[in-house]
Design a protein around this ligand. Structure first.
Ligand code: HEM
Length: 520
């Protein structure tokens, strides 16, 4: 055989092995995984080549998005995850579906959830995100695994301690007061009974961008806000394509959408890098940390160029990715939480009055401090109830890094497990007959006494990967609600349509317009 023959045979060999590989991923594996679960009694919608169950999911979502709920109803599951209501009624509470080529096991049992989330041996890891998601969300804590995750978390933890956060309430209050002054000025200039219609979801997103920029970047917050602005645009590009079928490799093609994403990402990174360089060039002397007491200062102090410093280190790129990650993880979640809390306070004016009384009693100064906020028991109960009924993160995901079993259930490697918080949080099995109703009093004796299962409330996750920013979110929430209740009485605008939707986070599809009436 001549050279040409050898080359043709080699090419044929490579081509055939590639075809076999594709067939294994696209046909054989879905068949084998489906059979594995079917033999254990777990069923689900059938798999279509490449798109899996995405076609049906998209159809169900389109129909759900065309409906609106009654504002008295907190039974949102069917609207936000219509695939769950449809498939669980056909296949049972636990079922298998296909997110493109990814098998997803849907569970809504808090005991299973606890088992998976508390696992410390790296068997259940965060699933690999799509490349666009990695760009916008940053390859930081929420997405990384293993030793990298451990190192990053160890460095970031001190920046989120209650002691550090307490000192930030003043900054949070300054951001909030500036937003509320704007509401008030607008109200005074509008003739209509001094009331102002405000779309609060948008307002809270802007507010949280300000608050996180303050918390993360301290004095460099103006530049930080610039970076976050570009990041928000990136997020929109990513959310728009989250239910499209993903073709591996397509992220490298110079399509208009990819070019737009690359440009925005470059802007975010360059801005963050210049903030970090600024700090490195002018370390401060007044702070306990030479690069600042904020989150960025804590991370710069662990930069790997300082070899003399003991302990875990981060490199420049990792710090940039963490800045992106903290913004994405904290901004929309807290804005969503505040939005739904305000929705509930408008819906239940008797609770609005009770909370205002508590706020006026405990926060004697117009601008509250952390000690005053810690005394707001009723506010805390309403927050927990809001996070139960309208949890910003409605689903958690983990992927089995090896074949494993939970109880009697064998889970093949690479199966993604989807934990439906939205369903666990309103299941009558754990919350009783009034599970779908607003009743903050269920938390009067604390979280552990509120439900029949200790893990039926998973609003901040559970186990080692529980939310690092939960204290920050609660403090920002209390500061904002306190300042609002001191200054305004709130009611729903007649324009409001009750349309919660899963845009990666739980959001009102058309925003939350309310009427804010200044108090004397
Ligand atoms: C009400 C607001 C918030 C909610 C409901 C929320 C919810 C969650 C949940 C459910 C998780 C666990 C995800 C999982 O297990 O897969 C999580 C993780 C995380 N959250 Fe939050 N979060 C909020 C606010 C914040 C804030 C303000 C920040 C920071 C500025 C933040 C930063 C993070 C980070 C970095 C992680 C990943 C932790 C890790 O994997 O080690 N979150 N959050």
């Amino acid at each position: 055989m001549g050279y040409l023959g050898i080359i043709i045979v080699a090419l044929m060999f490579v081509t055939v092995s590639k075809i076999l590989q594709v067939c294994r991923i696209v046909v054989w594996r879905p068949y084998a995984v489906t059979e594995c679960f079917r033999n254990q009694g777990i069923m689900g919608p059938s798999y279509s080549i490449l798109s899996g169950s995405l076609g049906e999911m998209k159809k169900l979502r389109r129909v759900a998005m065309g409906t609106a709920l009654n504002t008295n109803s907190h039974d949102i599951t069917e609207r936000v995850i219509p695939h769950f209501t449809t498939w669980s009624s056909q296949y049972g509470e636990t079922f298998l579906y296909w997110y493109g080529l990814q098998p997803r096991l849907f569970i809504s049992d808090p005991e299973l959830a606890k088992h998976i989330l508390s696992n410390k041996s790296n068997i259940f890891v965060k699933p690999k995100a799509r490349p666009t998601a990695e760009i916008f969300a940053g390859k930081g804590l929420p997405l990384i695994n293993g030793l990298d995750w451990f190192r990053h978390r160890k460095i970031a933890n001190p920046a989120f301690s209650m002691d550090k956060l307490k000192g930030m309430v003043k900054g949070m209050a300054t951001c909030t007061v500036s937003m509320l002054d704007d509401w008030k000025n607008h109200a005074i200039s509008s003739a209509d009974d001094q009331c102002r219609e405000v779309e609060v979801h948008g307002e809270f997103k802007r507010l949280m961008a300000d608050i996180i920029a303050h918390t993360a970047f301290g004095s460099s917050f103006v530049a930080g806000k610039e970076a976050f602005k570009a990041q928000l645009q990136l997020q929109q590009c990513c959310a728009a394509s989250s239910t499209d079928t993903f073709i591996p490799g397509s992220q490298y093609l110079p399509t208009p959408s990819n070019i737009h994403i690359w440009k925005l990402d470059r802007k975010v990174k360059e801005t963050l890098k210049s903030i970090i360089d600024g700090r490195l060039n002018s370390p401060t002397t007044g702070n306990s940390n030479r690069f600042g007491n904020d989150l960025l200062g804590t991370m710069i102090d662990a930069l790997d160029i300082f070899q003399s410093r003991a302990g875990p280190k981060l490199n420049m790129e990792e710090i940039i990715e963490e800045c992106k990650a903290f913004f994405v993880a904290g901004h929309g979640t807290t804005a969503s939480f505040l939005t739904w809390t305000v929705f509930l306070l408008c819906k239940y004016p008797e609770w609005q009055t009770k909370l205002r009384e508590e706020v006026l009693n405990e926060c004697v100064m117009r601008i509250p401090d952390a000690d005053m906020l810690a005394k707001l028991k009723l506010v805390n109960m309403v927050f927990l109830e809001a996070l139960r009924l309208y949890c910003p993160v409605i689903r958690l995901f983990r992927q089995g890094s090896e074949d494993t079993s939970i109880g009697n259930l064998m889970i093949p490697r690479d199966t993604c497990i989807e934990i439906a918080l939205v369903e666990i949080h309103r299941s009558e099995k754990y919350w009783g007959e009034d599970a779908k109703e607003f009743n903050p009093l269920r938390f009067i004796n604390g979280i552990s006494q509120a439900a029949k299962h200790p893990n039926a409330l998973l609003e901040f996750g559970f186990g080692p990967r529980t939310c690092i920013g939960q204290n920050l979110a609660m403090l920002a929430g209390k500061t904002t609600i306190t300042l609002i209740l001191q200054r305004f009485s709130l009611s729903l605008s007649p324009e409001y349509k009750h349309t919660p939707v899963d845009n990666l986070l739980l959001e009102p599809q058309f925003g939350l317009p309310i009427v804010a009436k200044p108090l004397q």
